[in-house]
Design a protein around this ligand. Structure first.
Ligand code: FES
Ligand code: FES
Length: 157
């Protein structure tokens, strides 16, 4: 089958890939670009483990075709570091014990980043709601909410 040439920016770098029309963005980032932070769990759009930011919006990369990402600005967990330093969310997830198996973590952090970029002073209830579409089977969520809350405070100071 013919391939499609698709260009986008990913983690600040230009990328061009030749993909099959039905290749998902998750397959492209993991298998072609070796950015394996985005995970495949359900593969059906239900869990959020595959979340990446597409033009600043969290999307389920298992449901997006790479062809739809033409011209987009994509961020994966690998692009969260700034000037060699971890993002405050990454720091607070580690500090608060919000990572166990880690399968949900990149999706949680990217979802939280998009949320905190729009909402600088969230309440705890706002945070719970913001991450409610991402599934974690390990932590019980409390430590994840603690981590996002602490990162929000650190990002204000
Ligand atoms: S793997 Fe994409 S939503 Fe679950
Ligand atoms: S840390 Fe294991 S699924 Fe969230």
């Amino acid at each position: 089958m013919d391939t499609i040439n698709v260009s986008f920016r990913i983690n600040g770098e230009k990328a061009t890939v030749d993909v099959k029309p039905y290749e998902t963005l998750l397959e492209t980032v993991r298998e072609r670009l070796s950015l394996t932070g985005a995970k495949e769990a359900c593969g059906l759009g239900a869990c959020g483990a595959c979340t990446v930011l597409l033009n600043g919006i969290p999307v389920r990369s298992c449901l997006i075709l790479t062809a739809e990402a033409e011209g987009a600005d994509i961020v994966t967990i690998e692009g969260m570091k700034q000037n060699g330093k971890l993002h405050p969310l990454q720091e607070s997830f580690m500090k608060n014990g919000a990572v166990q198996c880690g399968f949900c973590t990149s999706g949680m952090i990217l979802t939280a980043k998009a949320f905190l970029d729009r909402n600088k002073k969230p309440t705890r209830k706002d945070i719970v709601k913001a991450i409610s579409s991402n599934v974690c089977r390990c932590t019980g969520y409390r430590k994840i909410v603690d981590a996002v809350e602490e990162a929000a405070q650190n990002m204000q100071s």
